[in-house]
Design a protein around this ligand. Structure first.
Ligand code: ZN
Length: 480
């Protein structure tokens, strides 16, 4: 059904060949897991309809992107906490697989995993907060209940039945755990047959034995904390039917029901841990918008090195804005995320500084030279007098690399609700003295009433980083 819907959404017939021709498969361009919001986002360069399942042991959410290639080795993002890590790899020639692995002892409710396709190429997955797997105590008040035969009960049930002489009924003499607790054996004094039914809602397995009655002193199994069953209920359903209800423990799973001999029925029990069945499929609705946006991000598998240069640092805080907001504190996290996004997209990113330290302007240019960088992007935040809070917006400076500046600047304007303070030519040291394409991005005004609060927000910093990274990737795609 899902597939059918998807086909209807295809923009053109030719796209169907995505699946049959790996050479024309979509590419996973960008993915990112935000550990603070438990949100996974990914972008492809062509339409994809993800499929998702929750697997057990270890508990993990698996998102498959049919018809999508990664074009890179498997990548891991360690997360820590209840979500151990996120892995992205090529599952087979035509499918990329994203695995969100949970820490041992944790699971998630598959019904709370929410997929949203902003478009066929842009998806976000909201993952619920992982829950601890609660091992239900196996020593419940009455683990074994044997309801002895009540010869007078349920007369109504028997009204329509042909009376059968009691002598012809099999007598169930024992219901017990054997083979080190891996089998529940039901013993009768003569030939018995049984049918069974799994009640998923009640997590209960029902064994129905017709033409049988319980012995007066029927023995029930001995259950303990390590048993694969948490509850056994043995009862005379009606005069000719015995019903045995068994509940697996949190460490147990019900296997097959076998006829061991004419007189013995055996229920196989297996150790296991899943709280949910081993695999639970998770529905993924079709994307909200049916047409993909212009494809960007695609980067050929090249050896491009991008130098990301967070301005200032250490003794030099850069501009100081509203509420003491410091430029160096805003631009370092943005720069780090730009570098990470580039790495995730197959572009090598190097940083002039990845922590709070001072580096001279000449030192920054020299580092780019030593790293044999192909592109240099300096990231700053702007300032004007604190009495000018009305001045807000992004500016991108270049000395000789206008196209790089335009690519980054338009990406910021497209994806962020920011004011356009234009692309400008400037003789900044790091621009003039770099022999490679170099630009300086001013991500907003720390003195601006609009800009300052959002520059301080991690969510905005992330969006800014994504916009800058996208612009750089677009430039690389078009120029290398
Ligand atoms: Zn600056």
């Amino acid at each position: 059904m899902m597939k059918f819907q998807w086909l209807l959404l295809l923009p053109s017939l030719s796209s169907i060949f995505l699946f049959s021709s790996p050479a024309e498969a979509a590419r996973l361009l960008l993915w990112r897991f935000d550990a603070n919001q438990n949100q996974l986002v990914f972008t492809t360069d062509d339409s994809v309809q993800p499929k998702a399942q929750l697997f057990a042991n270890p508990n993990r959410l698996i998102i498959d992107l049919p018809g999508t290639t990664l074009g890179r080795p498997t990548m891991n993002q360690p997360v820590g906490g209840a979500i151990r890590e996120v892995r992205v790899g090529q599952y087979n020639a035509q499918m990329t697989r994203i695995v969100v692995e949970l820490a041992p002892g944790y699971t998630i409710d598959p019904q709370q995993v929410l997929f949203q396709g902003i478009s066929p190429t842009q998806w976000s997955v909201q993952i619920p907060t992982p829950e601890r797997i609660t091992t239900t105590p196996t020593t419940t008040s009455q683990p074994v209940v044997v309801i002895p035969p009540s010869r007078t009960s349920n007369p109504a049930n028997n009204q329509t039945e042909t009376p059968t002489p009691t002598s012809r009924l099999a007598t169930i003499q024992a219901v017990e755990l054997v083979n080190e607790g891996t089998q529940l054996a039901i013993r009768a004094d003569q030939r018995v047959r049984a049918t069974s039914r799994w009640d998923a809602k009640a997590n209960t397995y029902q064994i129905i034995i017709p033409n049988a009655q319980l012995a007066e002193q029927v023995r029930g199994p001995q259950l303990n904390a390590r048993s694969l069953l948490s509850q056994v209920l043995v009862r005379q359903q009606d005069r000719r039917t015995v019903v045995i209800l068994v509940k697996p423990s949190s460490g147990g799973q019900i296997g097959e029901l076998n006829q061991l001999t004419d007189q013995i029925i055996s229920l196989q029990l297996r150790p296991s841990r899943p709280v949910f069945p081993p695999t639970t499929s998770i529905p993924v609705p079709p994307p909200l918008r049916t047409t993909p946006p212009d494809s960007f991000y695609r980067v050929p598998n090249s050896r491009i090195v991008v130098m990301i240069d967070p301005g200032h640092g250490g003794k030099d805080p850069g501009a100081i804005g509203i509420g003491g907001l410091r430029e160096k504190d805003v631009i370092l996290p943005i720069s780090q995320q730009v570098a990470a996004l580039l790495q995730q997209n197959g572009v090598q990113a190097v940083m002039t500084r990845s922590d709070d330290r001072f580096i001279s302007l000449a030192g920054r240019v020299q580092m780019a030279r030593q790293a044999r960088a192909n592109v240099f992007v300096s990231i700053h935040a702007n300032a004007i007098s604190l009495r000018r809070p009305e001045v807000n917006g992004v500016e991108t400076y270049y000395f000789s690399s206008q196209r790089l500046a335009e690519a980054i600047h338009s990406s910021m304007l497209q994806s962020l609700n920011v004011r356009d303070r234009r692309v400008r030519r400037s003789r900044f040291y790091v621009l003039r003295n770099n022999s490679i394409p170099a630009v300086l991005v001013e991500v907003g005004y720390v003195t601006g009433a609009e800009d300052a609060p959002r520059l301080a927000s991690p969510a905005f910093q992330r969006q800014m980083a994504e916009a800058i990274a996208r612009g750089i990737l677009l430039y690389i795609r078009q120029n290398f």
